[in-house]
Design a protein around this ligand. Structure first.
Ligand code: NAD
Ligand code: MN
Length: 805
């Protein structure tokens, strides 16, 4: 009768004995190399702690660089056969893994809750089912790889480094696509949470996955993580973790040619309009920021509320927070568990104290946290100003900061006022408003009237300092493959150059070539010195200097402006005037690309002559380059309204709209060879997909690009879409890569220059696409155009749209 009166929850503990028995049987754990448990070379072990009690659960091995060498060698050997294993066979193994995850789901759920401190309710209902789903989904891609990704091969040995917040789920996000595409793996779990990865190792033994295909090394970041990142026989690093570590990995791997994907931090907005269903919103906030104790990269940690409903919503929220149940993670009626480690807890406490010091108002429920473990109560900050630390820095704990806005435009501006761009939630009962706002938010996932939804079919990943690359979806597969032609590229030489030697009488004493008039007068050409092309106009370079352009015999054939840092800044600024380019219709963009092709065709002979003049190549060869450039413009005009998004059907009532969005402003450094075709091959896909560009043409032969000014001017290309700065490729590339308003940098130059671009990009974590000094056969349709270029010009944004009354 008492219980009926109070409606208090009783204890609902999950049985823990099977998990503890399993731990006891294996203690101390070894490393998994070649499907064998081996002792760590160091002979050392580290305690694995239960954060809800602060007590050790077991001991796991502390690997060092010697173990990394052994694991990479095992993966390399395994790759010889695994990389060639038919997709159907790989699919069978992955299907078996998925089945075994389900068979052991209870043990995995309990282990995860014990080791990480998150509630059993979450591990049982979310983490583990999603892990199985990920392997099923990717078993399908293994099966379909040869028909759906023809022309691509696996990258080889992949080093994977994952964080502690979703230990087994992050493992699945990494391992499943890697195996599906035929790679082999060395994986390092996070130091605090290795146990489910070790159970996963046992599952791989059970299903008989060939030795060496997946190797698992537990231990410290400084011992294992860094050695893996530096290892010369690792072809790719896939990393999920903090932005700082991601930045250091970008620097370490710069110029090495290692493929890299980074899933980093976030400070995601949770936007509530005044017509939202407030009770749903409250439950949404609970799932956004108190799910997994807020230790979620895409946590909705910034609550942005329309001013007129702020008080009402915050009142409801405080009432709900008062009822949240925090405690033993293994209790099935508990909402929130423990923070993963004492260090993490201290960091949360530090940032919360700073928030109070900065003048924000802190609110916590009246109940007290259990003692003994690492607990922190759900926390709400109001009266927060957007520039303060707690509004900008990822706290990675159960701490929500709330701010208000008045208009949708203000909401978007506030939402985008962050270095990150991982996810966002938008709450409104007005579908017009929600679908209008979603594309304007710079984030990889946007959830409408829902939050923290994940599915293997719908890629996940960030913009800006949240990293680059996607996990899940078809787009995620490209992180684990490379074009087959790249393997042959080292032997490729640019096409044989046939020099045409200028006749002596064609030359004027100042080195200019001239034409002879019928009267035998030497008629000097009308001087035409192209300037820079910024905001649709020719502008003088800031330096006031010009650079000579030479032919292969070192005769001057013209001059161009010498661009500098200031010109690049002006060019980037100019792209803002073309902000309508991305939102305009694809039909309109296609028309303009056709028009550029048409106007180039009218002047084809002149452009061919210009190529001959600068490069000394044969007439026919130059004419071919021009015609190929025209054809390429047609290709991208064609793709403009055909490279579209997808509609996913994840397990939910609703759809996910996977939109291919332009990246924004792309900096492009063109290759030296093929002065026209190289330029067109890069600019055309970028602008076709709605980007604006700042282009550095071929340094040796810039005149083919500067001759395009008039073509652009007569083709209705809006001002600021294409901006051209001539000059020193490497120096200008550096400035572009450094620029915070440039969203991606493409560089086709030297190995050294490629390395510098990758290094510099670590400053603001922009996407890069570089050639490491390798040649590309620009005339070839496989290497010089197509899907790879379109993919580099876009990023996928997934907009989740649930429906139903
Ligand atoms: P972390 O960066 O400290 O560690 C992540 C992993 O990298 C761990 O395995 C760690 O041992 C290893 N590591 C650390 N230093 C390294 C180095 N110098 N070289 C190589 N490896 C190194 O991050 P964390 O505290 O474990 O995780 C929390 C962070 O992860 C948060 O910032 C969160 O936003 C982010 N995260 C992002 C996603 C995503 O998908 N974008 C998902 C989960 C977590
Ligand atoms: Mn632990």
């Amino acid at each position: 009768m008492d219980i009926f009166a109070t409606m208090e929850y009783g204890p609902a503990p999950e049985a823990v004995t099977p998990a503890l028995d399993w731990l006891k049987q294996h203690e101390p754990f070894g490393l998994l190399i070649n499907n064998q448990w081996v002792k760590p070379a160091s002979g050392q072990y580290i305690d694995s702690i239960n954060p809800a009690t602060g007590k050790p659960l077991t001991q796991v091995a502390a690997a060092n660089s010697g173990d990394v060498d052994a694991a990479v060698a095992a993966a390399r050997t395994a790759f010889e056969s695994w990389g060639k294993t038919p997709g159907h066979i790989r699919a069978r193994y992955m299907y078996a893994i998925a089945r075994h995850i389900q068979k052991h789901s209870r043990l995995l759920a309990v282990l995860e809750a014990l080791d990480n401190g998150k509630s059993i309710r979450e591990t049982r209902d979310l983490d583990i089912p999603l892990v199985a789903r990920h392997f099923y989904y990717h078993a399908g891609w293994a099966q379909l790889k040869s028909t759906e990704l023809p022309g691509y091969e696996p990258v080889g040995v992949v080093g994977q480094i994952i964080p502690w917040n979703f230990p087994l789920l992050m493992l699945a996000w990494k391992i499943a696509p890697a195996l599906a595409m035929g790679n082999t793996v060395v994986l390092k779990p996070a130091r605090y949470t290795s146990l489910t990865a070790l159970k996963f190792a046992e599952i791989m033994q059970e299903v008989g996955l060939p030795p060496g295909v997946v190797n698992i090394l537990t231990g410290e970041a400084s011992q294992v993580g860094e050695a893996l990142v530096r290892h010369s026989d690792v072809n790719k690093i896939a990393f999920t973790g903090s932005t700082d570590v991601g930045r250091s990995i970008r620097r370490t791997t710069a110029g090495s040619g290692k493929k890299l994907s980074l899933e980093l931090g976030g400070k995601s907005p949770f936007i509530v309009f005044d017509d939202a269903d407030l009770d749903s919103v409250v439950e949404g906030v609970v799932d956004a920021i108190w799910f997994n104790q807020g230790q979620v990269c895409c946590a909705g940690s910034r609550l942005l509320v329309q001013e007129d409903i702020a008080d009402r919503l915050l009142g409801k929220l405080r009432a709900r927070m008062e009822k949240l149940r925090l405690g033993n993670p293994l209790d099935k009626a508990v909402d929130m568990g423990a923070i993963v480690s004492p260090g993490q807890l201290k960091e949360i406490e530090r940032l919360v104290a700073q928030g109070v010091e900065e003048g924000a108002e802190m609110w916590q429920p009246s109940w007290a946290c259990p003692t003994g473990g690492y607990f922190f109560p759900p926390t709400l900050f109001t009266n927060v100003s957007p520039a303060t630390t707690i509004a900008q820095v990822e706290i990675f704990g159960p701490v929500l900061v709330s701010m208000t806005f008045r208009t949708p435009a203000e909401a978007v501006a506030l939402a985008n006022n962050t270095r990150y761009g991982l996810a966002a939630s938008v709450w409104s009962e007005n579908i017009n408003l929600a679908l209008d706002v979603a594309p304007k938010i710079k984030a990889g996932s946007v959830w409408i009237n829902c939050t923290n939804m994940f599915d293997a079919s719908s890629g996940f990943g960030g913009y800006r300092e949240s990293g680059f690359g996607r996990e899940g979806g078809k787009e995620g597969l490209y992180e684990y493959v490379k074009p087959i032609w790249e393997a042959q590229q080292t032997t490729h030489q640019p096409d044989e150059v046939q020099l045409i030697l200028p006749d002596e009488h064609e030359k004027h004493e100042n080195g200019y070539r001239t034409v002879e008039t019928p009267n035998d007068f030497v008629l000097p050409p009308i001087d035409r010195t192209p300037k820079l092309f910024i905001k649709g106009k020719q502008v003088r370079p800031d330096s006031g200097y010009s650079l000579d352009v030479y032919d292969p015999e070192h005769h001057v054939v013209g001059q161009v402006g010498e661009g500098n840092r200031k010109d690049i800044r002006n060019a980037v600024e100019a792209t803002h005037t073309a902000s309508g380019w991305a939102s305009g219709t694809t039909h309109n963009r296609a028309q303009i690309l056709y028009y550029i092709a048409e106007n180039l065709a009218i002047r084809a002979e002149e452009f061919a002559r210009r190529i001959v003049q600068q490069t000394g190549r044969a007439n026919a060869d130059a004419a071919n380059e021009v015609q190929t450039a025209i054809s390429r413009l047609f290709s991208y005009a064609a793709w403009t309204d055909k490279y579209e998004g997808t509609v996913h059907r994840p397990p939910l009532r609703g759809v996910v709209l996977a939109m291919k969005e332009p990246i924004g402003v792309i900096g492009i450094a063109c290759p030296e060879e093929y002065p026209l075709l190289g330029f067109i091959s890069l600019v055309a896909p970028a602008i076709a997909m709605g980007n604006t560009v700042v282009v550095i043409p071929s340094q040796q032969s810039p005149l083919s690009a500067t001759d395009c000014y008039q073509v652009f001017e007569t083709s209705d290309l809006p001002d600021g879409v294409v901006n051209i700065v001539t000059g020193d490729t490497d120096a200008l590339s550096q400035v572009l890569t450094d620029h915070d308003d440039v969203d991606a940098m493409w560089y086709f130059g030297s190995a050294e220059g490629s390395k510098r671009v990758e290094l510099t990009s670590a400053g603001n974590m922009k996407r890069t696409w570089v050639n490491y000094g390798h040649a590309r056969h620009w005339l070839d349709a496989v290497q010089g155009e197509g899907e790879e270029f379109l993919r580099e010009s876009t990023q996928v944004k997934n907009i989740w749209v649930p429906y139903g009354e």
